[in-house]
Design a protein around this ligand. Structure first.
Ligand code: NIG
Ligand code: FE
Length: 419
């Protein structure tokens, strides 16, 4: 490379395989994932990637080190990918639902538990009575687990408070996760989503219209500065299509970006609604029709699949192949929550998508990184390793990325790195 002065904060050297997921070709990189062997990454003082190329070219570089010593990281010939972008979680809650998990194994349905006022409302009770300190502590431990498994960006929904005070408390915690003093340097970026329409709380059981009024008239305006997204649970046991349309329409007017829990347990019309309102993503999609998938494609809605739910509920896995054949952009996420997917592990989702949803490794890696970023409208910042993007890496304890999805049930990520 030509001699040039680079402002450098860090250099990652000796990368055996850099799986860049780059959207524009990189010199010397191969295949749809733009894989570069024996590579290095240079990171500028703002934590942004300024150069990617063959490791041996680093020696010839003249780096400008006026601010601080350059941090040189040795990847020891291992695989490096972008950190996972987990675009759908319900990470702030107290308590657990192990009892319901085992009841379901005896044949009690998830929908049946919701109708009995259990399920989401069990967690709502535990969350409402927990202090902010306890909720924060639990959230930090879960972030730690996400980090350990390779995630560097995570979307987090509210939805277990279901009144003004408790929803606000959860939103504050999600926002505080980005600046808590007890975070390690390599903290995960948390993207806040308001999901007041997750379930009708018991005090509104006989006046659900009044709860929707509360969400639309009080919660949405109050939380517009604290949440980037508004999500709704569009489902027979939760909120009707009309209720969801009203909530999301107001949210859009207030500047929220939109997401929809769509067609998970029954055909709810949520996917069509996501297309109509140009939501950033529609998630679940077990019962979405071909016409709805086509409408989503035309509107540019990302299709997010959550294989942890099918695994936990032992319901048929929706076909990723069907969505891909419709031309949709498909993301994978954990849906980390105490009811339907109690896992922080994106490697597990990737493996399930390959074994049970018809995805190739290349498609599953895209779905967990760059397409996760698209599901959060963050594709200009994260999800791939290329010049101009943030340097948020997963360092793997493997030398060939083809081991991902093949060597299963163990954590192959050695660490994440946010430079
Ligand atoms: O995405 N479906 C709604 N929300 C979650 C489940 C939440 C819960 O059961 O606590 C989901 O599956
Ligand atoms: Fe969910």
């Amino acid at each position: 490379m030509e001699q040039q002065q680079l402002q450098v904060r860090a250099i990652v050297r000796n990368i055996g395989q850099l799986v860049s997921m780059a959207q524009t070709p990189i010199d010397g990189a191969n295949g749809p994932l733009q894989v570069l062997s024996n590579a290095a990454i240079v990171v500028d003082n703002d934590g942004v990637i300024s150069w990617i190329g063959p490791d041996h070219e680093v020696d010839a570089m003249q780096v400008c080190t006026d601010q601080q010593p350059v941090n040189v990281v040795d990847a020891y010939g291992c695989v490096v990918t972008p950190g996972f972008v987990d675009s759908h979680t319900h990470l702030v809650f107290a308590g657990d639902r192990a009892e319901e998990f085992h009841l379901r194994r005896q044949g009690v349905g998830y929908g049946e538990l919701l109708r009995q006022g259990r399920g989401i409302l069990t967690t709502m009770n535990a969350t409402r009575t927990a202090s902010a300190e306890v909720l924060m502590d639990l959230a930090l431990k879960r972030l730690d687990s996400l980090r350990t498994h390779g995630t560097t960006t995570v979307e987090i929904k509210t939805g277990y408070g279901l009144n003004m005070e408790a929803e606000e408390r959860c939103l504050r915690i999600i926002n505080d996760l980005n600046c808590s003093p007890s975070l390690p340097h390599e903290h995960i970026r948390a993207v806040p989503t308001f999901l007041g329409a997750h379930s009708v709380p018991p005090e509104y059981r006989d006046q659900r219209a009044a709860y929707v009024d509360l969400v639309v008239e009080e919660m949405l305006p109050a939380f517009a500065e604290m949440a980037r997204f508004c999500d709704v649970y569009c489902e027979r046991e939760a909120f009707s299509l009309e209720e969801c349309r009203r909530i999301l329409t107001r949210a859009k007017e207030l500047g929220y970006q939109l997401k929809v829990h769509a067609d998970q347990l029954s055909p709810s019309g949520g996917s069509q609604l996501a297309a109509e309102l140009e939501a950033v993503s529609a998630d679940h999609l077990d019962y979405a029709s071909d016409a709805e998938l086509e409408a989503m494609r035309a509107a540019g809605v990302v299709a997010t699949l959550l294989p942890g739910c099918s695994y936990t509920l032992r319901s048929p896995y929706p076909s990723a192949r069907r969505l891909l054949d419709h031309g949709l952009t498909v993301a994978l996420a954990t849906d980390f929550n105490p009811g339907t997917s109690y896992s922080e592990n994106m490697q597990m989702m990737l493996g399930l998508a390959m074994s049970a949803m018809g995805m190739s490794l290349e498609e599953a890696l895209s779905a967990t990184t760059i397409n996760g970023a698209r599901a959060l409208a963050l594709q200009d910042q994260v999800g791939s390793l290329e010049i101009g993007k943030r340097c948020e890496l997963a360092l793997w304890s493997i030398h060939d990325y083809h081991e991902i999805g093949y060597h299963f049930g163990t954590n192959l990520v050695q660490s994440i790195m946010i430079l």
